[in-house]
Design a protein around this ligand. Structure first.
Ligand SMILES: Cc1cc2nc3c(=O)[nH]c(=O)nc-3n(C[C@H](O)[C@H](O)[C@H](O)COP(=O)(O)OP(=O)(O)OC[C@H]3O[C@@H](n4cnc5c(N)ncnc54)[C@H](O)[C@@H]3O)c2cc1C
Length: 125
């Protein structure tokens, strides 16, 4: 069986690991937080949204909208969590930045064949 390692459980890494695991690949997802934090991230949660809270336009004639449409078509775990937890934000999908279920939800959605490696605080070498 194919095996891959994905380094970094941010938005891209969490999605890539999830998608590969859905296709029967054995995935090890390696995340350095909380042992090693970044200047931007505030939590140890996977798929933390490091930003205000807007995912940009949903219009498919705009680049962010087209990208999200493609992600939805591919059953993106990140987008499904964002859609489930969207809050009104002037016509664009938005979700709470941190400390709320939406941000962490994708990271909590485990999949068969997906193993997460995350060092404990103080364990980084
Ligand atoms: C201040 C700010 C505001 C922003 N506002 C918005 C916004 O409003 N809307 C929007 O859509 N985007 C916004 N962005 C951009 C958005 O946050 C990024 O595009 C997105 O987080 C990129 O996802 P990523 O998975 O590539 O990287 P990240 O989400 O940064 O994930 C990278 C992951 O890799 C881990 N990592 C790094 N190195 C290692 C290593 N050696 N070993 C193990 N793990 C490692 C990190 O801890 C992290 O979890 C903003 C960004 C910033 C900084």
């Amino acid at each position: 069986m194919a095996e891959i390692k994905v380094v970094g459980a941010g938005l891209a890494g969490a999605e890539a690991a999830w998608q590969a695991a859905q296709r029967g690949v054995q995935v090890t997802l390696c995340e350095m937080r909380p042992a090693q934090m970044t200047p931007a991230h505030r939590t140890a949660a996977m798929a933390e949204l490091v930003c205000s809270n807007s995912l940009g336009s949903d219009l498919v004639d705009r680049a962010p909208g087209l990208l999200k449409a493609e992600l939805r078509f591919l059953r993106s775990v990140i987008l499904s969590c964002a859609d489930e937890t969207a809050v009104p934000a002037g016509g664009v999908p938005a979700k709470a930045r941190r400390g709320s279920k939406p941000v962490q939800r994708a990271g909590h959605r485990r999949s068969v064949g997906l193993r997460v490696v995350c060092p404990r605080q103080g364990a980084a070498g």
